[in-house]
Design a protein around this ligand. Structure first.
Ligand code: NAG
Ligand code: NAG
Ligand code: NAG
Ligand code: NAG
Length: 862
């Protein structure tokens, strides 16, 4: 019975009761009836309240059901959105796969076979003899390599050659034969030359030279090296004076203008440095730009000789006058007589000013000099002498900028490839009158640039015997446009063998990713490599030698590789490009579907450094699931125990291939090893506990694609001047509007820098990283700033990280900072301070831009 019916019944009963009690005659029976009615009513009332309770219960139940249905509807809607996003992702990925397939089938570039190796023919095939006057027209014509030597440079040179990638001990395989001409034969009568393919000592007289086993009648394919050494006061002059050396290339420090064959013979630096290794300890600091003395000179004048055409007396007089009339602020240190006087050796008849004092005493003056004067030999027929080269060497080492008077006619080492105009001031002797004015006119920034470039050339090409010999061979190779040997990647030991890898589980990441399509999920696509073997040295030969300082190795790619023009991208050279909106552009949706930009499509490798923290690592891998453009994850396992040994045998699925490499020892430097597993140019270095969202990673990747020679990443830091001690820089992680480092706990770097970390960075820096178990990220920032001369790029508003492993206590924090201050100070001592500051960061183009409702931004949140 419904509530309404009940109500009606009750009202009916009440009416009956009232009508009955209205009749007084029947009151007794009525009374009885009344009681009956009362009872009825009470019963009815009870049943009504039961009814109501039940109704209430039913209502509550219905409400619950409604709520549940609502929740289900919500979850279905979310599911729908997810499915739609997934569908979109799949669609984008399918489109990507379709394009890749089309490109693969269209690729019609024929497989290239390497050219046949040209070897010098054996037994020597006599060319028609050449007469000495036509020796001037020789050209080199065949590829490399040499043999080893005897004499006092023997060990050093053999060692240097051993490290050279082009060296062979098999004479039949060699294209060029190196012959070291011992210095002894200059001062003594028994001229010695040592050939080496066979180890017998020959005495250099022309006939001896001609009996070298591979001489071939005219010395073609031979380089005769005469390395001048310490005995410079004796003077390592021209080792080949009066000899006919046929078609052999001569490499030495002393040449006359009639003897030097431009583009053929090679001016080398004297072998003054150590055999190889780090040389930074010998160097003077780059700053300050201006030193105590504006100009210095120390030397003792050669005795007047018949050959001397230059009247250097005039120079001395003029310089002395300059000094006496110069303002007090310009200090000169000019010494035209040595104290104690040096021996006047006969060889100085070529007009070289003798060196005064000791290495140390000269070094002290040079380190105090902004400029140092070098005088070309007064015998004008000499374009280079060992003594002059020795002075140049010392000057560059000490950071004194060389000013060469008579510079219009001298030859400097390897000047075919090295741009000495950025290092040395060259003036004809006649222009000495301008000297003082010129030196004063150069601003600090340029002084520093000269000094820095001098140090770069000195370190890479002159400093040690190794550097010098490598440069000599690289120069010959450059002439022939033969690419250097490829850099060898580090073969990592996989943590798991092929037959075993831990079962993977799909763990849902703790932080749900925002529902945003960030790009296609593609099959792994390694960056194409070694495309510029033969064009690199032609288009970038200058930069290779003078800016990047690495003509010795061939790398699969460089950060400076050229993009194709945007026009060509649509006309003829479209392979690999994924223009936004197929070229029409667009925001949100179109943007997320394609990489766009000036570079072809590519992917990145994540390199995670971890130390026996499998739970943390598993979480990190899980967070990478579904990350677009991810090529591979390389886990650098720094632990003693094998991965999988300590804890869970299930690892999270990262959605991309995961390689675990075991390291030989626990070192933070390992994170920058150029492992052969890494197949992309872009490398994202992350700490295992760095939490980065997918949109942040994809955005940083896109930014890196436009800043390939810089570090692009999240946590910004800077070097701050130490106001308390006024003596160097401190590491600082405070919030700041200027930064100079981006930590490699979360940053993209070019794969080239992984090689450079081991080849260009002084070993002392890496040693310190190992020693303190800290600062590898600072070292990488120093390196990249040193090579690129650019600050890092900071992306998005992230300044720092939730960092479970970081020191929490104040004292641990203090130790940490103290260590990092020390690193900055030590690294600056070793390398100078290359860090540069920046005041901007990268956010996506439409970030915070008001746009119409029907448009989407590039990213939802960044
Ligand atoms: C020159 O070398 C040849 C062959 O080694 C030798 O027979 C000859 O005695 C040498 N001449 C001189 C002057 O040393
Ligand atoms: C370029 O050099 C690399 C490394 O030596 C080699 O593997 C590759 O085949 C070369 N490519 C061409 C086209 O010569
Ligand atoms: C591979 O590794 C697993 C587990 O570490 C081991 O049991 C197995 O013997 C290894 N297999 C080979 C071929 O080394
Ligand atoms: C960071 O800032 C705080 C407060 O401004 C200051 O006390 C602290 O010394 C700063 N840290 C560094 C490393 O400069």
């Amino acid at each position: 019975m419904s509530a309404a019916d009940l109500k009606l019944r009750i009202e009916e009963m009440l009416r009956i009761k009232v009508s009955i009690s209205a009749d007084p005659l029947e009151s007794n029976s009525i009374c009885w009836i009344g009681i009956l009615v009362e009872e009825q009513i009470q019963r009815l009332a009870a049943s009504v309240s039961t009814e109501l309770r039940e109704l209430e219960a039913r209502r509550a139940k219905l409400q619950r059901e409604a709520a549940a249905a609502g929740a289900r509807a919500d979850s279905l809607r979310a599911e729908h959105a997810r499915a739609a996003a997934e569908l979109q992702r799949l669609r984008v990925s399918a489109e990507q796969a379709r394009l890749a397939q089309i490109e693969a089938t269209r690729r019609d570039s024929p497989e290239l076979a390497p050219p046949l190796q040209i070897l010098s023919t054996l037994p020597p095939n006599r060319l028609s003899p050449i007469n000495p006057s036509s020796e001037l027209h020789c050209h080199t014509y065949s590829p490399l390599t040499g043999a080893d030597v005897d004499g006092f440079l023997k060990t050093t040179l053999r060692q240097a050659l051993g490290y050279n990638a082009h060296f062979t001990r098999n004479p039949n395989e060699a294209c060029i034969y190196l012959v070291l001409v011992g210095e002894a034969f200059l001062s003594e009568k028994n001229h010695r030359v040592v050939s080496t393919t066979e180890r017998h000592t020959l005495f250099l007289n022309e006939s001896a030279l001609k009996t070298l086993p591979y001489w071939g009648g005219d010395g073609r394919n031979h380089i005769l090296i005469n390395l001048a050494r310490r005995e410079l006061s004796v003077g390592s002059g021209d080792g080949f004076y009066g000899f006919s050396t046929g078609r052999a290339i001569i490499a030495q420090s002393t040449f006359t203008d009639t003897q030097f064959r431009p583009g053929f013979d090679i001016v080398t630096p004297p072998a003054l440095g150590p055999p190889g290794g780090d040389v930074w300890a010998d160097c003077a600091p780059i700053a300050p730009a201006r030193r105590k003395y504006l100009l210095s000179f120390q030397g003792s004048q050669p005795p007047p000789a018949a050959h001397a055409q230059d009247q250097d007396d005039f120079l001395i007089k003029f310089l002395q006058k300059t000094v006496s009339s110069a303002p007090a602020s310009d200090l000169f240190f000019l010494q035209f007589e040595c104290d104690p006087p040096t021996e006047r050796h006969a060889l100085r008849a070529i007009g070289d000013w003798a060196l005064c004092g000791t290495d140390r005493s000269r070094g002290g003056i040079l380190r105090d000099s902004t400029f140092v004067l070098l005088l070309a030999p007064s015998d004008r027929s000499y374009v280079s002498t060992a003594l002059m080269q020795a002075r140049l060497y010392e000057a560059l080492r000490s950071g004194a900028i060389p000013v060469i008077l008579g510079g219009d006619r001298v030859k400097l080492p390897y000047d075919e490839v090295l741009d000495w105009r950025r290092v040395v001031l060259l003036l004809p002797k006649a222009r000495i009158t301008e000297l003082h004015f010129l030196l004063r006119a150069i601003p600090d920034s340029d002084l520093l640039a000269f000094r820095r470039q001098g140090r770069v050339l000195w370190e890479r090409y002159l400093s040690s015997v190794q550097a010098s010999v490598d440069s000599l061979l690289a120069l010959v190779r450059t002439r022939l446009n033969i690419p250097p040997r490829a850099a060898v990647p580090v073969t990592g030991t996989p943590g798991f063998n092929d037959s075993y890898s831990p079962p993977k589980i799909e763990t849902a990441s703790a932080e749900a990713e925002p529902e945003e399509t960030l790009g296609p999920i593609e099959a792994p696509y390694p960056s194409p490599g070694y495309r510029r073997n033969f064009s690199l040295a032609l288009l970038h030969g200058y930069e290779l030698w003078n800016d990047w300082g690495e003509p010795f190795m061939l790398y699969p790619q460089l950060p400076w590789d050229l993009p194709v023009t945007s026009e060509a991208r649509f006309i003829g050279s479209s392979a690999g490009f994924r223009p936004i909106g197929k070229g029409a552009g667009g925001s949100g949706k179109e943007f997320s579907e394609a990489l766009g930009g000036d570079r072809p499509r590519e992917q990145f490798t994540v390199v995670i450094l971890t130390y026996e923290r499998e739970a943390v690592l598993t979480a990190a891998l899980a967070r990478l699931r579904g990350l677009p453009y991810l090529n591979k994850v390389v886990v650098v396992w720094n632990g003693r125990s094998a991965p999988g040994e300590a804890a869970p045998s299930t690892w999270a699925d990262a959605g991309a291939p995961v390689v675990v490499v075991r390291t030989a020892r626990n070192s933070l430097n390992n994170r920058f090893l150029p492992y052969h597993f890494i197949e992309t140019e872009a490398v994202l270095c992350v700490d295992d506990d760095a939490h980065l969202r997918h949109d942040e990673i994809v955005f940083a990747f896109r930014v890196w694609r436009e800043h390939r020679d810089q570090i692009v990443g999240f946590p910004g830091r800077y070097h701050a001047w130490d106001l308390n001690y006024n003596n160097g820089f401190l590491y600082n992680s405070n919030y700041s509007c200027e930064l100079s480092m981006v930590l490699t706990g979360a940053a993209f770097v070019h794969r080239y820098y992984l090689w450079a970390y081991w080849r260009v960075l002084p070993a002392a820096v890496r040693d310190h990283v190992d020693d303190r178990m800290n600062c590898e990220d600072i070292a990488m920032n120093f390196l990249v700033a040193h090579i690129s001369r650019k600050p890092p790029v900071k992306v998005t508003s992230r300044w720092t990280f939730r960092c479970p492993g970081c020191p929490v206590t104040l004292s641990a924090d203090e130790t940490h900072f103290h260590e990092r201050h020390k690193c900055i100070q030590l690294f600056s001592q070793i390398m100078g301070l290359p860090l540069l500051s920046t005041q901007y960061r990268a956010d996506s183009v439409l970030f915070k831009t008001r746009i119409p409702h029907d448009k989407q931004k590039c990213f939802k949140f960044i």
